[in-house]
Design a protein around this ligand. Structure first.
Ligand SMILES: [Zn+2]
Length: 334
C-alpha cells in the first residue's frame, strides 16, 4: 500500500510539473485549444485542468473532485424511440467466455434447457483453468453410456450413446448437469497447490455460495496431471475428477437446503466432510509423502492432531515425493 501511495504521489507531482511548464501562463494568457473535430467529438487534452474520468469531473491541479456527471440510462426505455429502446447497456461482461456465440444471445439461445438467473451465464457443471481439456478426457474415461463435450466457456454437456447403459459416474454427472439450480465449477491446474496455498492432492473443495435467488455455486480445485497418476495407480480412470464434480454437487445441494454458504475444508460449519462422503468414492486417498532434506536424507514426518502432515519446510528441507500404491505421483522440490 505504501508503494502504491508513493507511486500515486509521484504521478500527481509529475502531472503538476508538466502543467506548470505551460509557457504563456506567466504572462496571464489563456491558451486557446485547437481541436481536430471542431467540437463534433469529445476530445481529451492533457492541458485541461478539469477532466472527466468515468462519471467524475476532477480538477487535476488541485486533485479535487469537482462534481459527478449523471446519466439517465432509463430515459431511452421510456421515450420508446425505436433506435433507443432495448439497446444493450454495456457489452456482455462474459463475452470473452462465449467467443463462439453472438454476444447478444441469451441462455445459448436455448432458454428451455438453460436457466440464466442474472444474464451472466447459465448454470450447470463447468470446468475452468489451464487443464480443462485434459480433465474432459478424464471425465470421458470414467463415464459409460454418454459422451461428454465442453463448450468454449468450459460448460459440460452430454449426449446419450444409443443402446448403452449408463454407469454410476455417468448417472451422477448427468444429474449434476441437468440440475440447473446449482453451478458446479472445477478449476483445473497442473500445480499441486490450491489457490489458498494448501496442498492439492488431486482435488480440493473450496466452498459454496448461496445466491439471493436460491441458486448455489460450488468451487473445487483440481490438479489434472497428479490426479491422472493417482487414477492410474488405483486403476480407476477418471475416478478423481468424478469425485470432485460429485463432491461439489453434493455440497451445493446441502448448502441449498440449509440456505448457508460453506467455506472450504477446515473452516467452521463447512459441508466438506458430508459432501466428501456423499460424493463418488475417490480411487484412493492414501498418499504417502516422503520428505527429503538438503543432504538427501529422509526427514521424519510430523503430523497434527487430525493426521495431516505438517512437516516444516525449514532450511534443511529439500523436497517431497508423493506416492500412491508405491507409484510416484508428484514431486515437490525447492
Ligand atoms: Zn473429497
Amino acid at each position: 500500500m505504501k508503494k502504491l501511495t508513493l507511486l500515486l504521489v509521484a504521478l500527481v507531482c509529475g502531472f503538476t510539473s508538466i502543467a506548470q511548464k505551460q509557457p504563456f501562463e506567466q504572462y496571464g494568457y489563456k491558451v486557446k485549444i485547437a481541436t481536430l473535430s471542431k467540437g463534433k467529438y469529445i476530445e481529451h487534452f492533457d492541458q485541461d485542468t478539469i477532466v472527466q474520468i468515468g462519471t467524475v469531473l476532477m480538477n487535476r491541479r488541485s486533485g479535487k473532485i469537482m462534481s459527478f456527471v449523471k446519466y439517465d440510462t432509463t430515459l431511452g426505455e421510456y421515450s420508446l424511440k425505436p433506435e433507443l429502446v432495448s439497446r444493450w447497456m454495456s457489452p456482455d461482461p462474459l463475452a470473452h467466455e462465449f467467443y463462439s456465440e453472438s454476444p447478444c444471445n441469451f441462455s445459448h439461445n436455448n432458454p428451455v434447457k438453460y436457466i440464466d438467473p442474472d444474464g451472466r451465464a447459465p448454470l450447470d457443471v463447468t470446468l475452468g483453468g489451464m487443464e480443462k481439456d485434459k480433465t474432459l478426457q478424464q471425465v470421458n474415461s470414467a463415464v459409460q453410456g454418454i459422451t461428454v463435450t465442453m463448450a468454449d466457456n468450459g460448460k459440460l454437456s452430454y449426449t446419450i450413446n444409443q443402446g448403452q447403459t449408463l454407469n454410476e459416474s455417468a448417472t451422477r454427472l448427468t444429474q449434476a448437469i441437468d440440475d440447473h439450480s446449482v453451478n458446479v465449477t472445477v478449476n483445473t491446474t497442473y500445480n499441486a497447490q490450491n489457490s489458498i496455498g494448501g496442498a492439492l492432492v488431486g482435488g480440493s473443495f473450496m466452498g459454496t455460495k448461496v445466491e439471493s435467488d436460491g441458486t448455489v455455486q460450488s468451487t473445487n480445485e483440481y490438479d489434472a496431471p497428479t490426479a491422472g497418476r493417482i487414477d492410474a495407480a488405483y486403476k480407476k480412470p477418471g475416478g478423481t475428477i468424478m469425485h470432485e464434480i460429485t463432491e461439489g454437487y453434493e455440497a451445493s445441494k446441502m448448502s441449498q437446503k440449509s440456505g448457508q454458504s460453506s467455506g472450504p475444508d477446515g473452516t467452521q460449519g463447512s459441508v466438506y466432510g458430508a459432501a466428501h462422503k456423499a460424493a463418488l468414492k475417490q480411487p484412493g486417498s492414501s498418499i504417502t509423502l516422503t520428505h527429503y532434506n538438503s543432504s538427501g536424507g529422509m526427514m521424519s514426518p510430523i503430523y497434527d492432531s487430525k493426521g495431516r502432515d505438517i512437516t516444516p519446510s525449514d532450511a534443511s528441507y529439500h523436497g517431497t515425493v508423493w506416492r500412491a500404491k508405491g507409484q510416484l505421483i508428484h514431486v515437490i522440490s525447492r
